[in-house]
Design a protein around this ligand. Structure first.
Ligand code: ZN
Length: 147
């Protein structure tokens, strides 16, 4: 099964919109579906616009067991490291392509969780890269745009 919007679909280049809170049933179903599609495709992150919704939401699971999905609603990068690292990135919307992307080694992110609470955390290493990749998606940017 493949519900993923693929490059060069222009929808991927359209920035997403802030979600009105509290979450309604449609949003809850969307989040459930995003987690399902991420796991089905062996992804570690997925943005709502990758399955055709223009809501500012992404999900991520960087655990080995693939049982710790995290939900990020209206995420905002509040700080980012000046120090950057280049690494080859893939994307479920650009199958078969790997692109070297320079990313900050850490980012401080503010977001609303699936329970409607405000969260803040600094992400390092792989999660920092996934967060920046998914933030790009929500802003209408793809990793292949860096090539
Ligand atoms: Zn991607």
């Amino acid at each position: 099964m493949d519900d993923i919007v693929k490059y060069p679909d222009k929808f991927l280049h359209r920035p997403t919109e802030e979600v009105w809170l509290p979450l309604n049933e449609d949003h809850k179903n969307l989040i459930k579906n995003m987690i399902k599609v991420m796991y089905e495709n062996n992804g570690i992150g997925l943005a709502a616009n990758q399955i055709g919704f223009s809501d500012k939401i992404f999900v991520m699971d960087v655990s080995n067991e693939k049982n710790k999905p995290q939900v990020f609603i209206n995420p905002k990068i509040m700080k980012e490291a000046k120090e950057k690292l280049t690494y080859a990135e893939g994307c479920l919307s650009c199958p078969g392509k790997l692109v070297n992307v320079r990313r900050s080694i850490y980012v401080g992110l503010e977001w609303i969780c699936e329970h409607g609470k405000k969260q803040y955390k600094t992400f390092y290493h792989l999660p920092a890269r996934v967060v920046q990749h998914e933030m790009d998606h929500l802003n209408g940017k793809l990793c292949i745009d860096y090539a």
